[in-house]
Design a protein around this ligand. Structure first.
Ligand SMILES: NC(=O)c1ccc[n+]([C@@H]2O[C@H](COP(=O)([O-])OP(=O)(O)OC[C@H]3O[C@@H](n4cnc5c(N)ncnc54)[C@H](O)[C@@H]3O)[C@@H](O)[C@H]2O)c1
Length: 270
């Protein structure tokens, strides 16, 4: 018996990192999980592995910036499963660099994925959750959404927006009395590829990441090196550490939590 037997979940950015670990953990508790991403080959491979392990999962290509894509995937889930219980708004990118050097295009792209994606997900999921009067929305913010992150100012602004958006929508849903809960998760330094994907031409070793020696090439930093310097526990967390919190927020174990900010950061903000 899993904690999420009979539940239907959608996880964005689920081809890798925290999203993939979250999808696997939700399946492990019995949920039917829809994984979406723009990395179609990896997403399909992830679903094949979950299915081979006896879980039920589906992959769909989805760019979280596009409203039509949200209508498609949520419409498909409603038609095929008749319900949507869990939405993990996980897709996100990080663009480093000082604010005076950040191209407007980079600022807007980051906000489109990190904020517009979360907005659109909630906009289209809540009406379906309202129909069966239950649901848990989990928005992945960051420790950079709790305190400033010099060198990652644009990212920090986008993640701070996710926190307050979460709290405001949680209040709206609570007032509706339809059982939809909305919480944010704030990971610290987690060992995923996000650290090596920071766009070329921007020095990620400025500000927040000062004193970190790039591993190979100016834009490739090892999250374990960053964790060793920045996290009081002395190491970076793993995607599973965040997935554990996501399962908790998805399940009825957290039934009295809404509008909360769950911090999983090895003491970084303590
Ligand atoms: N790794 C960390 O240290 C850390 C810390 C705090 C918060 N976070 C947040 O956790 C979330 C997951 O990050 P991760 O570390 O697993 O990174 P990741 O890069 O490993 O995974 C992110 C996934 O999102 C997908 N994605 C990117 N743009 C997309 C788009 N437009 N539409 C759909 N999918 C898209 C990517 O293809 C990728 O599979 C992000 O929101 C990130 O900001 C990560």
């Amino acid at each position: 018996m899993g904690k999420l037997d009979g539940k239907v979940a959608l996880v964005t950015g689920a081809a890798a990192g925290i999203g993939l670990a979250a999808a696997q953990a939700l399946v492990g508790e019995g949920a039917i999980v829809y994984l979406t991403d723009i990395e179609d080959e990896r997403g399909a491979q992830a679903v094949a592995a979950i299915t081979a392990g006896g879980g039920t999962a589906f992959y769909s290509s989805q760019d979280v910036r596009e409203e039509a894509g949200w209508e498609d995937i949520i419409g498909r889930i409603k038609k095929d499963q008749g319900r949507l219980d869990i939405l993990v708004n996980n897709a996100g990118i990080a663009i480093a660099g000082s604010i005076t050097e950040m191209p407007l295009e980079a600022w807007q792209r980051q906000n489109a994925i990190n904020i517009d994606g979360v907005f659109l997900g909630m906009k289209h999921a809540i009406p379906v959750m309202d129909l069966h009067e239950s649901g848990s929305i989990i928005n992945i913010s960051s420790v950079a959404g709790l305190k400033g992150a010099p060198g990652l100012a644009g990212y920090s602004g986008s993640k701070g927006a996710v926190k307050l958006l979460t709290q405001s929508v949680a209040g709206e849903c609570a007032a509706d009395h339809k059982g939809v809960r909305v919480n944010s998760v704030h990971p610290g330094i987690i060992d995923t590829e996000i650290w090596s994907k920071m766009p070329n031409g921007i020095d990620p070793t400025e500000g927040l990441l000062a004193n970190i020696t790039p591993q190979d090439g100016a834009n490739t930093v090892n999250p374990q090196d960053i964790g060793a310097v920045m996290a009081p526990v002395g190491y970076a967390g793993m995607p599973q550490d965040i997935a554990n919190g996501i399962v908790f927020l998805a399940s009825d174990d957290s039934r009295y939590m809404t509008g909360s900010a769950l911090v999983i950061d090895g003491g970084l903000t303590a």
